[in-house]
Design a binder for this molecule. Structure first.
Ligand code: RAM
Length: 353
């Protein structure tokens, strides 16, 4: 499977050690028993032109989502498909349901969704599938039995382990840490935090104490306030770990203009363009991410491959994803983009997204 990430831009040394964990992840999301397609895949089928694929990210007012869907648009251009973007302004659990229902009425061929809740979207997604629409979850999974494939940005295990390692390194090896997450229902953050907690339970992390998991709901203001609240409630806090691009940027903004600057570390997952100023002013020493545009790009190629019958979502099926190369579907319909990259003062200026 191709594991290319930021083609040509990243040296192996920048890739997190935990990239070694990439591969098929155990799917620890909600949902029981994937609905298996009975049709056989035909890897030699021609890619259909004119495939109508609608992207439904967690929310529209998030720079991360904008980058993701730009990759989807690019891929659909290459595939001569029709790109559409719809979505809510907030990432609350049920905010996507009405959009799915409208997309069914509009007879889209493929829905690409970053689910705000693994289960709330399921009845609508399964209605879509009954109507012949293929469902590609990306970024944040829906329950396994209501989508055909899931494009995971990196392995859930690898991301969770990376977050724990960041926390330990930045704490100097011991002390109090807190998590500033997105929404309480987010499939992706919850899966990462689950691994993070399991890591912290290991003997090598015994000197780290997790004070709290706070939720900024992927809302800038709420995330800012939650960061402030964490620092007030836990005076000995050493590291805020925010596995969300919205949360890490808001926490860094708060810390950079407070008396905590230089004393409390902020890390997690962020976009280089949003974090650059905080790396330059010393608030943030390191953080990680993948290229969000590649997720949208891969989702579009998977969507068209599904609609063309090249794949059905079963483990072991293969398809081509343009400039990203060849991919193989893993366990539970999961397709892993590749390992994350760590950004710091030495490399951040090499990235522009
Ligand atoms: C936020 C969203 C998104 C997540 C990134 C890391 O933009 O919560 O789902 O993947 O952070």
């Amino acid at each position: 499977m191709s594991r290319r990430f930021l083609t040509g831009a990243v040296s192996a040394g920048l890739v997190l050690v935990l990239a070694a964990c990439s591969g098929t992840t155990k799917n620890d999301n909600a949902g029981s028993g994937a609905q298996q397609s009975t049709a056989a895949a035909n890897p030699n089928a021609a890619a259909k032109e004119g495939v109508k694929m609608a992207f439904l990210p967690k929310q529209l007012n998030n720079p991360y989502s904008d980058i993701e869907v730009s990759g989807g648009k690019e891929a659909l251009g290459e595939l001569k498909g029709e790109y559409k973007l719809v979505g809510p302004n907030d990432a609350s659990a049920s905010s996507q349901v009405s959009y799915i229902n409208t997309l069914i009425q509009q007879q889209q061929d493929v829905i690409g969704i970053a689910a705000n809740d693994p289960n709330a979207v399921c009845p609508s997604l399964n209605q879509a599938r009954s109507a012949g629409i293929k469902v590609v979850a990306f970024d944040s999974d829906a329950a396994k039995d209501c989508r055909d494939v899931f494009i995971n940005q990196a392995t859930t295990q690898g991301i969770g382990e990376a977050l724990a390692k960041q926390a330990k390194d930045l704490s100097g090896g011991s002390g109090e840490v807190a998590v500033l997450s997105a929404t309480p229902n987010a499939t992706n953050q919850n899966a990462w935090i689950d691994v993070f907690k399991k890591e912290l339970a290991k003997p090598e992390y015994a000197s780290l104490k997790l004070d709290k998991v706070a939720y900024g709901n992927d809302d800038d203001q709420k995330s800012f306030q939650e960061a402030q609240g964490l620092l007030q409630s836990f005076p000995n806090l050493k590291v805020i770990v925010a596995p969300t691009t919205v949360g890490i940027a808001a926490a860094a903004r708060y810390v950079s203009s407070s008396s905590y600057k230089g004393k409390v570390a902020v890390t997690g997952l962020g976009t280089p363009n949003q974090m650059r100023a905080f790396v330059k002013d010393g608030t943030v020493k390191q953080f990680a991410l993948w290229n969000p545009a590649d997720i949208g790009y891969l989702a579009a190629y998977a969507g068209v491959a599904l609609k063309s019958g090249q794949i059905t979502g079963k483990q072991g099926e293969k398809f081509k994803a343009g400039k990203l190369g060849d991919y193989t579907i893993g366990e539970n319909g999961e397709i892993v983009l590749g390992p994350p990259t760590t950004f710091d003062a030495n490399n951040i200026d090499k990235f522009n997204f």
